[in-house]
Structures are given as structure tokens and as C-alpha cells.
Design a protein around this ligand. Structure first.
Ligand SMILES: *Cc1c(COP(=O)(O)O)cnc(C)c1O
Length: 356
């Protein structure tokens, strides 16, 4: 049976978007391809409120996280860690031999601008990583405020943002917030199949990359930029997925960006209200996420069993991540999921568990 996905990736993909992938293949050095990329770019720039180049990589998000960290650091990176995904950026940085320190907060917490600025004062840093939405705990960091505080004091520090579970679900003003790299893969709020990553890159990041020796090959911003100017990519792009992205971007812009952000907030508030009524929310209320809610399993239910029952009714939610399995569960409300879907899902859970 088909199960609608209320998990934080891959998310539910609409049939029209799946269909868009079946267009006949074209050569990636053809005019038809350049037209496709040339059509897509301004739509993505609109999504991210930017005039800067927006690259499309055939890669999951992790690949571009790795690529970015390799190109962004000459001295030392500060990696903010508030859960499993932000911790991945620390692992990646280490694995590439890039000097770094981690700044940790407890699970369920996010970062305040003051915490970040204070930590940046303790070392000779030239890059900072921020995970906009920590998918493992359902924490959304105040990126706009963090960026403003960092910029006020450190104009040259590159701000690298993992926006994997947030981009296309919440507003990210790349230019106004003066960010340097913001990346997200296709299978979360974009509501596309996995396989693509979209990344906006600043002038400051290009300048830094030029100075970095051994910055890697596949994700090289400078090489990407050279081809971007011809509406191409250095290596073969994932053309079918880009057709799906093109269709989806039309639909996103037709919905209206402000409407899309508002819809995500509405769904988040529905789940939060339900969670507060019957359980407890896991994160600190200052950091509730607009795209995924983590709920404390205060009733001691078996989350695996709940999911089995939900499966029979055509839905899947997520268990807690890693150490929080069975202690929490997560309901994603991102991409093309609607408030009506959420109402239905919560009704089914209430029915299964006898919650009134
Ligand atoms: C899903 C996720 C990732 C991993 O993305 P992939 O596309 O699977 O590489 C990284 N960061 C966050 C915050 C995520 O939610």
C-alpha cells in the first residue's frame, strides 16, 4: 500500500512532479539543456532572494557540505553542533583535514547569536557552519539573527549554512542576510526525489575558494562558475531530476513564496498544539522548527507499533533519531504536505492510540 511520507526526507512527491522526470533525454552540451538550466536559475534565485549564482549539483546534500568546507577554510572553522546532522559537518571537516573546533549545545537546544559570536572570539576563525534546521531534534536556529551578529563583528568569516531540511520551506534571504553558502538537497522541503543539491554561493566565497589549494575537484566553485556562465555544469548533470525541479519551481512560485512559508508555519503550529495537548515538545520553545516537530514520548507508547498501524492506514512518521529512538518521534510537515494532510494524520494517531 502507498504510504504518504510524514518523515523528514524523502518527503511526499506529487505525481505531476514524478511525471516531469520522464521527458526524453537531451545532451548536456545542447542548447536545450542550457535553456533548461537557464530557466531554472532565476527561479532558484527568487526562492533564495539572491542575485548570486545558484548551482545545481548531481549529489546529495552531504556531498556539497564536504565540497563547501574544502573550499571555504584557510585558517580554521567553527562548527556549531546541536544534533546528529550538525555533528556530521564536524565529521566531514575532520575527515578532510580542515582545522576546526566544535561548539556544542544540548540536544533540543539551538544557538543564540551571542553564543556564536562569543565562541568566534576564542579562536582565529575564517569560517562558521550553521545548521539552519537540525532534523534530528526538530530545532530551528535563528539564522537571520546569528548572521547579523556575526557580520557586525566579523565581516570576513564565511557563513556556511546547511539548509537541507529548511530551504523551500522557510524564508532564507541569502543576499540581505549576507550569507556565503546555503545548500539543500532535493528530497526535503523541495518535495522532489533525492539526487540534487541546490547551493547559493557568495562573492566572498568565490574569492576565498580562489586562494584555497587542493580544494577538491567535483564540487569546485570556481569550475562550477565557469560553466554556470554558459548555463552548464562541468560534469554530467541529473537532467531528469532537473526537469522535475523545473516543474516544482513553477508550482512553488505559483503557490507564492509567502504563502508557502505561511503554510509550513501553520502545519508546524498544528502539530505543536497537538503535541502540547497530548505529549510534550522535545525542543526548547525558542527553537521550534517550521518543518519538523519532535515530540517527547511521554505516554511511553511503542513508536514502531504506532508506525505499523499508521502504515495500514497509508502514512509513515519517523521514530526519534539515534539515541532518541522510542524516546521521541518526529512528524515532518514539509514540502507539499498540506494542513489537511496534517489534520488527517493527527486524527489517525488519536484514533489508533485512543487519545481524546
Ligand atoms: C537530510 C539532512 C542532511 C543529509 O542530506 P543528504 O541529502 O542525505 O546528504 C544533512 N543535513 C540536514 C539538516 C538534513 O536534514
Amino acid at each position: 500500500m502507498y504510504k504518504k511520507l510524514f518523515i523528514p526526507g524523502p518527503t511526499h512527491v506529487r505525481d505531476e512532479v514524478l511525471q516531469a522526470q520522464t521527458a526524453p533525454m537531451i545532451g548536456h552540451r545542447s542548447t536545450a539543456y542550457s535553456d533548461l538550466q537557464g530557466e531554472l536559475t532565476p527561479k532558484l534565485q527568487q526562492l533564495l532572494y539572491t542575485q548570486q549564482p545558484v548551482f545545481i549539483y548531481a549529489s546529495s546534500g552531504t556531498g556539497v557540505m564536504e565540497g563547501s568546507i574544502r573550499q571555504a577554510v584557510l585558517k580554521r572553522a567553527l562548527v556549531t553542533v546541536c544534533g546528529e546532522f550538525s555533528s556530521r559537518w564536524y565529521e566531514i571537516t575532520k575527515a578532510n583535514g580542515v582545522p576546526c573546533d566544535r561548539l556544542d549545545v544540548e540536544a533540543g537546544q539551538g544557538f543564540t547569536p551571542d553564543q556564536v559570536v562569543e565562541a568566534l572570539g576564542k579562536g582565529d576563525y575564517d569560517a562558521l557552519t550553521v545548521t539552519l534546521n537540525e532534523t534530528s531534534t526538530g530545532v530551528m536556529n535563528p539564522l537571520k539573527e546569528i548572521a547579523a551578529a556575526v557580520r557586525a563583528k566579523y565581516p570576513d568569516i564565511l557563513i556556511l549554512v546547511d539548509a537541507v531540511s529548511a530551504m523551500a520551506g522557510v524564508k532564507i534571504e541569502f543576499d540581505a542576510w549576507d550569507l556565503d553558502v546555503v545548500l539543500a538537497s532535493s528530497q526535503k522541503c523541495f518535495a522532489l526525489p533525492p539526487g540534487l543539491t541546490v547551493a547559493a554561493v557568495s562573492e566572498r566565497a568565490f574569492k576565498r575558494a580562489e586562494q584555497v589549494p587542493n580544494r577538491g575537484y567535483y564540487f569546485d566553485f570556481i569550475d562550477m562558475l565557469k560553466f554556470y556562465k554558459k548555463n552548464q555544469t562541468p560534469a554530467t548533470p541529473a537532467i531528469s531530476l532537473m526537469n522535475a525541479l523545473n516543474k516544482q519551481m513553477d508550482d512553488i512560485l505559483a503557490e507564492g513564496l509567502e504563502n508557502r512559508w505561511a503554510r509550513h508555519l501553520t502545519m508546524a503550529q498544528m502539530v505543536q498544539a497537538w503535541a502540547v495537548k497530548y505529549w510534550e515538545m522535545f525542543p526548547d520553545p525558542r527553537f521550534y522548527s517550521n518543518t519538523v516537530s519532535t515530540v517527547k514520548n511521554t505516554r511511553g507508547i511503542n513508536v514502531g507499533d504506532l508506525n505499523k498501524e499508521l502504515g495500514k492506514r497509508g502514512a509513515t512518521i519517523s521514530n526519534g533519531y539515534g539515541p532518541f529512538k522510542e524516546k521521541t518521534f518526529r512528524i515532518a510537515h514539509m514540502g507539499d504536505i498540506t494542513p489537511a494532510d496534517i489534520e488527517w494524520l493527527l486524527g489517525e494517531i488519536n484514533d489508533i492510540l485512543g487519545l481524546k
